[in-house]
Design a binder for this molecule. Structure first.
Ligand code: HPA
Ligand SMILES: [Zn+2]
Length: 336
């Protein structure tokens, strides 16, 4: 079996995905039209041509602009439902996805509208497509602590729908320490914590995420390789890193997928996983991310299998579910 077919068929989990980053241009134009909102670009092609980024901030500016057309509950439903159908075709069985409440509440959309639309689609995805899920509410780190606290308060009413809290947006200049108190309160309220760290920011931010925010996973974490003590800590404690290869390429975190550190990290016994981050903007969903690194780094089926197993191990599924998937994946490897 070719490596393409092997990747397509293997059951996968996605642990680093921003639902706003799944907004495909075609759907964006459709929703803009029905909401009577003007987009800065006149065609899908023009919009796609603007997807050329030199760094994280250039991407974020376009990503937040795109989200502006989402107004009603059914807009958030359609966005999420469209993502679930895409990954269903790619044999993704479990997703743990971020949403950014402040991107919407700051422009007058209610927290309830946002989360209800997303959650209803996730429930339908579980029932009709068999995709299990967890939802992670992410704070925008370029905004202040008070705004994050307000968002946490809003999230408390939906505690039964939200498993964890995260931290994303412009990393440099917005260290995890800025949100130490919000994360302490989040943990007190029963949320699991994760944070983007070491994507563009220094290894120091990863230390802060671990020590001050008590995170259970690091999103990205590429820069840990600058600090061998940090690598030892991450490896010893088997703290998962949710890597996003195509995102790294598009945001110039790496200049070529051939330089992606994922194999180096596996060799250092780090618990690394493959994810798509913002697939509508970075040129691919899960299979494209796996295939990109498989080709660039000449990965074996055994290495792909280990990466896929890592994702289930790093997920927040109960142990019995993890074991079920891991034995399925081992069987898939043996038969293919
Ligand atoms: O890769 C990312 N980094 C930080 N914030 C983000 N928001 C969406 N994607 C990202
Ligand atoms: Zn991300």
């Amino acid at each position: 079996m070719s490596i393409e077919k092997f990747i397509e068929g293997i059951p996968k989990a996605e642990l680093h995905l921003h639902i706003e980053g799944t907004f495909e241009p075609e759907l964006m134009f459709e929703i803009a039209k029905r909401n009577n909102i003007k987009i800065k670009y006149s065609t899908v092609t023009e919009l796609k041509n603007a997807y050329k980024f030199n760094n994280l901030q250039e991407f974020l500016d376009i990503y937040y602009a795109g989200a502006n057309v989402l107004i009603h509950e059914n807009d958030f439903y359609d966005l999420t439902w469209s993502y679930l159908n895409k990954v269903h075709e790619q044999n993704v069985k479990h997703v743990e996805i971020f949403f950014d409440p402040q991107t919407h509440t700051d422009r007058g959309i209610s927290f309830d509208t946002v989360i209800t639309g997303i959650y209803k689609a996730l429930e339908d995805g579980k029932e009709k497509l068999g995709i299990t899920f967890r939802l992670i509410m992410s704070f925008l780190r370029h905004l202040d602590e008070a705004s994050a606290f307000k968002t946490l308060e809003q999230g408390l009413a939906y505690k039964k729908w939200i498993s964890g809290v995260g931290l994303d947006s412009s990393e440099i200049g917005n260290p995890p320490s800025k949100f130490e108190r919000v994360f302490a309160k989040s943990i007190e309220e029963g949320f699991i914590t994760v944070a983007h760290a070491g994507e563009e920011g220094p290894a120091e931010y990863i230390w802060e995420a671990l020590d001050l925010l008590n995170v259970k996973r690091i999103d990205h974490g590429n820069r840990c390789l600058d600090d061998h003590k940090l690598v030892d800590r991450l490896a010893t404690q088997q703290i998962p890193l949710t890597l996003c290869p195509l995102s790294n390429l598009e945001l110039k975190v790496v200049t070529d997928l051939k330089d992606h550190p994922i194999v180096k990290m596996m060799d250092k016994n780090l618990l690394v996983t493959v994810n798509s981050d913002d697939p509508a903007y970075f040129g691919g969903y899960m299979n494209e991310n796996y295939l990109g690194i498989a080709k660039a780094l000449n990965l074996s089926k055994r290495q792909i299998t280990e990466l896929v197993k890592n994702s289930f191990n790093a997920s927040w599924l109960p142990d019995t579910e993890k074991e079920k998937y891991i034995s399925k994946i081992e069987n898939y490897f043996l038969n293919n």
